[in-house]
Design a protein around this ligand. Sequence first.
Ligand code: SOE
Length: 391
Amino acid sequence: MTSSDRPTLGVGLIGHAFMGAAHSQAWRTAPHFFDLPLRPELTVLAGRDRVRVAEAAARLGWADVETDWRRVVARSDVGLVDICTPGDSHAEIAIAALEAGKHVLCEKPLANSVAEAEAMAEAAARAAARGVRSMVGFTYRRVPAVALARQLVAEGRIGRIRHVRAAYLQDWIADPTAPMSWRLEKDKAGSGALGDIGAHIVDLTQHITGEQLTGVSAIMETFVRERPLAASSGGLSGVAGEGMGEVTVDDAALFLGRFSGGAVATFEATRFALGRKNGIRIEVNGSEGSLAFDFEDMNVLEFFDGTEPAETAGFRRIIVTEPDHPYVGAWWPAGHGLGYEHGFTHQVVDLVTAIAKDVDPAPSFADGLQVQRVLAAVERSAANASTFTEI
Ligand code: SOE
C-alpha cells in the first residue's frame, strides 16, 4: 500500500513566511518519499492578509485559505493545526486547537514565557488522554548526522559525557542597517538570539546526550539598539517605512551549564558572527571518545574513538548518507547528501507516524517547556550582575 491509499489527515497551516514555506514543503514531500500511515492533505493556509495568503497558497500548494486562525481550528476538514507564527501567538492557537481535538505541530521556541509553555504542556497532556497528539518543531534533531550522534551516545560509544560545547552562529543582523523585524521585538519573539537559535542548541544537546540541563550562568548583550523600520512595519514612528524601531531583545547570549549526568557545558548563540550563516556546532567529549557536528557541513559527523590505539586514532569523518543511517534510506544513494529542508520532512514523517500509532511524538510540549525553563534561567542569570565577576 502506498501513501495514496492511506486514510487522509487534513492539515491547516497558520503562517506562511520562512517557516510556513519550510513546513509546506515537508507536508507536500513526505508522502512521496516515505510510506506514511496517513496521507497529509494541504487543506488550508491561514494568514492575516487575504491577497498575500492567497498568493502563498497558490505558490506553496494549499487548497484553501483563511484570514482568521480560529476558522482553521473550527474546520471539520482539519485534523492537525501547524503553527508557524511568531511566538506571541503560539499558546493561544495551540491550546484552542488541542481543546478542539486537533493534533498540533508548533514551531520553536514553544512559547514566549515559562507560564505560557506550562499552560501549553498542560493542555497537551489533557489532549493526549483523548488521543490528540502534539509536537514542538525542533527539526535539527532530525538531521541524520544528529540522529546518529544520539544513537552513538546511547550505545555508550563515547562513554561518560564530560564536556558539551555548543554554538549557533549566524550573521544576518550584523549589519546595523538591517531593518527591524518581529524577531527583534520582545513582545513578539520573547527573546532574541537566545530563544530564536539558543533554543535549538539547548534542545539538541539535551537530545544528543539524553540528559537535561540543571543550571546555567549567563551573559547577554544587545549590540545594535535601534534599526531602520522595514517598509511594512509601523514601529515607533507609527508610520510604515519611516524612522527607527527599538530593538528590545538580545543580540547574543552566552552561558555555562551543568547537565544532569555531571557534564559541564558552554553555549553561544549570536546573530552577529560575521561570516557564519547557519553554523550550528556541537561537540561532546566523553570518557571513551568524542563527537563533533557542524550544520554548515550537515552530512558529516566527526567521531573520535578513544579506544583506538594512539598510532591510528584521530577524528574520522563519517559521511552520514548510507541507507542504514537514520532517515537516509528514503532518499538518495550514498554520498549525495541531504539539506536543511529534509529535517522538516522527517519531522512530518515522525509526527504522522506517532499519530497513526496513537503515541506521543517527540519532542513533546513537555520537552519544549524544559527548553523554555532553560531560556528563562539564562535570562535570570544574565540579569543578576552578581554572577559576573569584574576584573
Ligand atoms: C532565524 O534565526 C532562523 O530562521 C531560526 O528562526 C530558525 O529556527 C533556524 O532554523 C534558522 O534561522
